[in-house]
Design a protein around this ligand. Sequence first.
Ligand SMILES: [Zn+2]
Length: 62
Amino acid sequence: MDIKLGDRLLMKKPHPCGNNVFIVLRTGADLRLKCAECGREIMIERIKAQKNIRKVMRDEDA
Ligand SMILES: [Zn+2]
């Protein structure tokens, strides 16, 4: 799965705040994601994250 900086990820499992959209801040073996609702940042292994992604949202003209 192709994940790039600035992508918004719609996750299957929501953040504790109830939001399930996260913004990609850093990619690599681990992803740094920011909750689009409460702004908390999390680190997650890319492999784990990919299982949890429902949809990658990207501005195609960016
Ligand atoms: Zn949150």
